[in-house]
Write a protein that binds this ligand. Structure first.
Ligand code: ADP
Ligand code: MG
Length: 362
């Protein structure tokens, strides 16, 4: 039995439907993530799980107990769900110790003190208990907020864009730290974010959200290499779509050569055999195109971004179509220069011909 299960959950604000028949489940100890652009309904879903919003249809089960449906609603304080927010929401007039102890203020003194001490150590703030929030860095404050949410031993922890207020370096480090803390404590959690790096660093499973629906619920690897539709392919990672012609069920031809792999049989309109001539959209990631001086295929450098170990080159093919290529940074080529490239594609990602029309012009 999953620890959390949402079945066809919808939510409307007035007449505005923001969550649309959303379903997913999470096992005990797993970290799930809802990843999607701003406004797609992520916070609303978290608030519905926490019990701050009523569902318009569908239901939510926690440990097999129905906690939300249009007919019944277990109040938030009885769900044993912890929350961590973007803005930390610490009490400024309370010390770190008192902030963490806040959620267990009914517990006996000794027990409370022991729990706070344990949590301070867990989040790496052993010696900071006497400080006030304003005396701590943003990253430290967010660790206090995490400790405070964990204090009452919640069944489920919800994290709403918890790293958004931190600078990029710290965000990456803290997201890995938080994953370790949650895993060591065996906490089941849901992270909500619009940042795929955060999602990939923290979560075991990710649901890509768009307009109140989950487009694909999967492991990070599959979201990147086997996106279920164009929205997921666009949202996760970088890449461009090229027009392809299906040669047979295993091969598709694009401007840069022929790719082999499993071509989905629904690639064509009215041609179930996946025969010659079906037009498809082929996704090429920056790591699918490698720089090779020996290659006869040449492309012109039109833009470049230095990324330390690599350059991300934007290259113009002879047809004028642009592609992206990740190249080790000791290959420093000037804009306007022509460089040799070849395909190195492990996973062929192809979408239906009906979607080819929306390929942006180069
Ligand atoms: P996200 O967290 O993905 O950015 P939200 O769940 O906050 O998205 O919001 C989804 C949509 O619902 C947005 O269009 C937002 O403007 C709207 N919305 C959010 N909260 C309310 C509210 N309390 N009343 C009315 N509309 C709301
Ligand atoms: Mg939000």
């Amino acid at each position: 039995m999953p620890l959390l299960e949402l079945k066809d959950v919808s939510h409307t604000y007035g007449s505005h439907q923001v969550v649309d028949a959303l379903s997913f489940s999470l096992d005990q100890g797993a970290i799930g993530c809802l990843l999607g652009p701003s406004g797609c309904g992520k916070t609303t879903i978290l608030r519905a799980i926490a019990g701050f919003e009523h569902v318009t249809s569908g239901n939510i089960c926690l440990n097999g107990v129905n906690v939300s449906s249009p007919a019944s609603h277990v109040p938030a304080e009885r769900r044993r769900i912890g929350m961590v927010f973007q803005d930390y929401a610490l009490f400024p007039h309370l010390t770190v110790t008192d902030n963490i102890a806040f959620g267990i203020r009914g517990a006996p003194d000794m027990e409370r003190r022991a729990r706070v001490k344990e949590l301070l150590a867990t989040v790496g703030l052993g010696s900071q208990g006497g400080k006030y929030p304003h005396e701590l860095s943003g990253g430290q404050q967010q660790r206090v907020a995490l400790a405070r949410a964990l204090a009452p031993k919640p069944h489920l922890l919800l994290l709403d864009e918890p790293f958004s207020n931190l600078d990029v370096d710290l965000r990456e480090r803290l997201s890995l730290e938080v994953r370790d803390i949650l895993k060591q404590a065996g906490i089941t959690a849901i992270l909500v974010t619009h940042d795929q790096h955060e999602a990939f660093a923290v979560a075991d499973e990710i649901g890509i959200m768009h307009e109140g629906r989950i487009q694909q619920w999967d492991e990070p690897y599959n979201l990147y290499h086997r996106p279920a539709n164009r929205f997921v392919a666009d949202f996760v990672g970088q890449g461009v779509f090229l027009v392809g012609d299906v040669l047979n069920a295993r091969e598709v031809k694009i401007e840069l050569g022929t790719l082999s792999g499993n071509i989905p049989t629904d690639c064509s309109i009215g041609c179930n055999a996946c025969g010659m001539g079906c037009r498809v959209a082929v996704l090429l990631r920056p790591d699918d195109i490698v720089h090779d001086d020996a290659s006869v295929t040449q492309a012109e450098v039109v833009a470049k971004a230095f990324r330390g170990a690599e350059f991300l080159y934007t290259l113009k093919l002879p047809s004028g179509v642009r592609v992206l290529s990740l190249v080790p940074s000791h290959h420093n080529h000037a804009i306007g220069e022509k460089i040799g490239i070849r395909l190195d594609v492990d996973h062929v990602v192809v979408f239906r011909s009906t979607e080819v029309e929306s390929i942006p012009a180069a």
